[in-house]
Design a binder for this molecule. Structure first.
Ligand SMILES: O=c1ccn([C@@H]2O[C@H](COP(=O)(O)OP(=O)(O)O)[C@@H](O)[C@H]2O)c(=O)[nH]1
Ligand SMILES: O=C(O)[C@@H](COP(=O)(O)O)O[C@H]1O[C@H](CO)[C@@H](O)[C@H](O)[C@H]1O
Length: 327
């Protein structure tokens, strides 16, 4: 792991408990307009879960005692179920993707609706929260807002959490572990400190988000993270431990399509970004994370890079072939 990342983990990796409601409220008031908060839930057929998430945010973070969130918007991503009705009944403002920037025909994808959400919200701080979360805790929102309200130099904050898979206590984040983490460690080792680089709960300053391209599909999280690094620098990024994330899991075929979108997003940045000339193959180690005594502990493994040459290039090979004529 780069020394810069070790330093970053000490400086920019926190726990949500650092920001109790009273501290957040005081910071929001001191920030004035710069502390205005929009929470966005991208939702495609999430009628089963979107209502409880909306109710929890309204009940705990949009009250007279704690008016932390100024607007809560569900962006309907072309649902065919009752997502919009359920979200509206729970108290969210609901905007259909077709209503936003109608001159530009919509395409399907999560990134498409996150991008359009910037034209349907007004907060200077924008929080993205998936709408398929189960056992949602509003700490997911307070945790990612904390650094943005109290650390002026921070511009984007990712939630980090344990990721159970169904009844298993771990194993979730399959595309993270099999695709995104290796890609980032090998090509963008400065981002190796992120425990959940693909996590769907993150917040950022609008002033940063409005400068960044949004991959229209599932490449959006990887693209935004890489581009935020290039645009704002590592010290402007942070992560906050918010506990455990339970969500609906897609099947392997769906995750294969997700992985392809993520790889393609990385590839376009490999080809174009700084360091493209030397192929950006900058590192040969992989850092993974496990909970130890309640904290995420990094575990770095060397990635073998040695390749043996074609055997016909070996001086011993002709003699070998002479001894062993083809059968
Ligand atoms: O075309 C899409 C795909 C996904 N989503 C939403 O984006 C979030 C994350 O998507 P998903 O749960 O499919 O991803 P996973 O968590 O399984 O990786 C969820 O709220 C989805 O409803 C969306 O709005 N439009
Ligand atoms: O992290 C991952 O590997 C994937 C799949 O998670 P699971 O293996 O179903 O727990 O989930 C994330 O990836 C998507 C692409 O970035 C995000 O859009 C989702 O919000 C996030 O849940």
């Amino acid at each position: 792991m780069l020394e810069e990342v070790e330093t970053w983990l000490r400086r920019r990796s926190w726990h949500a408990d650092r920001w109790p409601p009273a501290r957040l409220l005081a910071a929001k008031r001191a920030a004035g307009a710069a502390g205005s908060v929009s929470v966005v839930l991208p939702a495609l057929n999430e009628e089963a879960t979107v209502g409880r998430i909306v109710e929890a945010i309204r009940r705990e973070l949009m009250t007279e005692a704690l008016p932390l969130v100024d607007e809560l918007v569900v962006i309907d991503s072309g649902s065919t179920d009752r997502t919009s009705e359920v979200a509206r009944e729970a108290g969210a403002k609901v905007t259909h993707r077709d209503e936003i920037l109608p001159r530009l025909p919509v395409v399907s994808g999560k990134g498409e609706v996150l991008w359009r959400s910037l034209l349907a919200t007004g907060g200077e701080l924008v929080c993205f929260v998936d709408a398929d979360l189960r056992e949602f805790d509003t700490r997911f929102v307070t945790g990612i807002l904390g650094p943005l309200l109290t650390e002026p130099s921070v511009q984007l904050v990712k939630a980090m959490y344990d990721r159970p898979l169904g009844e298993q206590p771990a194993g979730g984040g399959r595309v993270t572990e099999l695709v995104a983490r290796p890609l980032l460690n090998l090509h963008w080792p400065r981002l190796a400190g992120f425990v959940q680089p693909l996590g769907g709960e993150y917040a950022a300053r609008r002033s940063l988000l409005e400068q960044l391209p949004f991959p229209v599909g599932y490449g959006v999280e990887l693209g935004l993270l890489i581009d935020a690094l290039e645009t704002a620098g590592l010290d402007a990024l942070a992560q906050v431990d918010v506990g455990v994330r339970h969500h609906r899991h897609q099947d392997g075929q769906a995750l294969g399509r997700m992985a392809a979108a993520i790889y393609r997003t990385a590839h376009t940045r490999l080809a174009a970004g700084p360091g493209a000339a030397e192929g950006r193959f900058a590192a040969a180690s992989l850092t993974q994370y496990e909970r130890v005594d309640g904290e995420f502990a990094p575990r770095t493994h060397e990635v073998d890079v040695l390749e043996r040459p074609p055997v016909r290039e070996l001086p011993e090979y002709p003699a070998h072939r002479a001894r062993r004529p083809a059968a």
